[in-house]
Write a protein that binds this ligand. Sequence first.
Ligand code: CTP
Length: 406
Amino acid sequence: MSTLDGRELILGVTGSIAAYKAVYLLRELTRLGARVTVCLSEHARQFVGPLTFRTLSGRPVLTDLFDPQSDEAVEHVALAERAHAVLVAPATANVLAKAAHGIADDFLTTLLLAARGAVLMVPAMDGGMWEHPAVAANVATLRQRGVTVLEPETGELASGLGGRGRFPEVDRVVEALLGALVPVRDLGSERVLITAGPTREPIDPVRYISNRSSGKMGYALATAAARRGARVTLVSGPTTIAPPPAAVFVPVQTAEEMREAVLHHAREATIVIKAAAVADYRAKRLSPTKIKGKQDLTLELTPNPDILREVAARRTGAFVVGFAAETHDVAANARAKLEAKGIDLLVANDVSRAGIGFDADENEVLLIDRWGGSRALPRMSKAAVADAILSAILALRAASAARVGR
Ligand code: CTP
């Protein structure tokens, strides 16, 4: 189950070159269980045809070719009234202006006036346009009215120039949508401890051993758990991501520091999720001064404590989840790891594949549980994977409690 299951959404697409990105967004929303009706503006149709959207949504696409007086059109206005959210992605300067002023001169802007649920706008335009005072004023008006208007990203634009105006990553749009929807607070009574990022094991005052973990998966879990009502503690090695404001944030550097923080906070946790990529080894001796010289150097390493195994062994009653990065025989290696560490659930990913795992925005994981079950999740954004993992934890825990009660 995902948190978009059964949500009724309208996705409005307007005429920006970023219109093709709405296709990826639609794919992600439907994967997450949302029921999506797409409405294309006349200009959007010049960038991407309705058939693509129709195929992916499994529903007729609304365009201005619809007769506004027809029963079908009236029905769709009623759908906008019932929809949990209307998203406009990409949103041009033109649609922002019309929405800010209540103009309803086409199907999409009419639906926007009919909308009673959340409204989310994802602007994409030329950097100069985004900064124009008229656009800024329209955005301010919309925000005052409770519309969520995402900040565009900085980067290369369709014009070939750089600037602020890029359509954001699908992941960010989904996260903003989840934040704008009336949230499912199914983790309201949970205390969730999450670890994220790499650890850094110093060799001398300027050098260290580390790994390529970005922390994205752990931070996505922390964000999702907080949104779903949990009290979240995030113990993190060094990353470049801002921690979710609702989480208690405990920054650490080394595996030893992470161990201390985890064992301390695990006492209160009902769920422990170890998404961190803990360095397996540290230098046996830390050089107090910078190591100099050009000759061969042998570093003696010693294993770090296995924090996950230690947490599981303490049997605090928390549901314990680990991660495994595998390059081959993923299912077999993951089950062996789950058993060796004595944990409840293992989230395994195949890091040998491009576009998933370390530093990627998407992930495709296999969930292996202690009760013999395994489930492959499709490739999706890390935000969506986070929600799926949290839902799986709740389901597995409930099923195990039911078995004990029987
Ligand atoms: N972990 C830990 N403490 C360590 C090492 C790992 O808590 N010293 C946790 C990680 O946070 C992750 C899981 O254990 O949840 C990963 O297990 P690990 O044995 O490190 O798996 P891999 O990194 O996949 O290692 P390998 O296959 O090399 O054993």
